[in-house]
Design a binder for this molecule. Structure first.
Ligand SMILES: C[S@@+](CC[C@H](N)C(=O)[O-])C[C@H]1O[C@@H](n2cnc3c(N)ncnc32)[C@H](O)[C@@H]1O
Length: 312
């Protein structure tokens, strides 16, 4: 679990449009963008306040470039508030294949005189749906913190449960925004690493290249490095670029159980690829009677996984 990552990354200081235009067509496995939301946030060099139409025209330019550089087997992801995603989707529907609107359940500040905004959207497009690389995912069963029983009532179907947990749906409520300042860089909108790891596990394999035109303080590049992928990140702000490069230069530990890539948060496995369960099962103590997992966690076998600790 603690081997250092030797995979490649390229962190580029510049305007993403200039850099994207230099990248060959059909050359990148996954493109992910978390642009400024035009909400007047306090970034370093970038002024996050454009006229409505200017903002959308600008977005269309980099969206078009993202689709162009993505391989035919590849995926395009865009993170934003629902308001802007409705425009992005209208544009992207003409140049790529819609797969999902993922709702990331993450509350933001009250806005007044509106429903409380409680999710961000993640648009997921395939460059070509028929060729798209996609891995189904699983997350751990949710349990009561006090009694450890499964939170959901599966009735008489408990013996049919998957020992690790359910398939990931298009609503993600188990990944929280960064809560502690000690885990945060001086950046107003840093995403959690395991959000990106889930996207990367779903859409790529080890050795693939993930590109983020708005890298900020490096979340996508770090997630890619932890999962043995290559990363290209671009940002217009030299301070954010310095932070990203400094973090990557310390050597990012790979998150692997045996030979299998997994996503971890606080030493708990948060996401696995469904197809990897066969290899991963050997690292867990699974009860003979699966129905017993309603009150027994499948703990990692400590002889095999000294670095992994599940809570409880
Ligand atoms: C929402 S933040 C991305 C945060 C990132 N996902 C993270 O977790 O750190 C948007 C980023 O876009 C950068 N940016 C704004 N305009 C840009 C442009 N034209 N080219 C490249 N980066 C730009 C900003 O400096 C900011 O860091």
């Amino acid at each position: 679990m603690t081997k250092k990552n030797n995979h490649h990354y390229d962190i580029i200081h510049g305007d993403c449009l200039d850099v994207l235009r230099e990248i060959p067509t059909n050359s990148i496995d996954v493109t992910f963008a978390d642009p400024p939301f035009n909400l007047n946030k306090k970034y370093g060099d970038y002024r996050d306040r454009q006229d409505f139409h200017d903002y959308l025209q600008w977005c269309k330019k980099w969206l078009q470039e993202m689709v162009r550089i993505t391989k035919t087997s590849g995926s395009i992801f865009v993170h934003n508030i629902p308001k802007w995603l409705t425009y992005y989707a209208t544009f992207l529907n003409d140049i790529a294949d819609f797969r999902h609107w993922i709702s990331w359940d993450a509350p933001s500040s009250p806005m007044g005189k509106s429903l409380q905004p409680s999710h961000y959207g993640l648009l997921y497009y395939a460059k070509d749906r028929r060729l798209n690389k996609f891995h189904e995912l699983r997350y751990p069963h949710k349990r009561c913190r006090k009694c450890d029983y499964l939170s959901k009532d599966y009735g008489g179907k408990k013996s049919k449960l998957h020992p690790f947990g359910p398939l990931v749906s298009d609503v993600w409520s188990d990944i929280h925004r960064i809560r502690h300042n000690k885990r945060r860089d001086p950046h107003p909108c840093q995403l959690p690493i395991h959000l990106l790891e889930r996207i990367i596990l779903m859409s790529s394999d080890a050795g693939d290249t993930i590109l983020d035109p708005f890298i900020g303080t490096g979340t996508t590049a770090i997630a890619a490095a932890r999962l043995g992928r290559r990363a290209i990140g671009i940002d217009i702000d030299s301070q954010y670029i310095d932070i990203t490069r400094a973090k990557l230069s310390t050597g990012i530990p790979q998150t692997k159980l045996g030979n299998t890539w997994v996503s971890l948060f606080c030493k708990e496995i948060i996401t696995i690829a469904d197809c990897d369960w066969q290899q991963l099962e050997a690292y867990f103590l699974v009860p003979d009677n699966i129905a017993h997992i309603d009150h027994v966690r499948i703990l990692p076998d400590n002889r095999e996984t000294p670095d992994v600790v599940l809570p409880g």
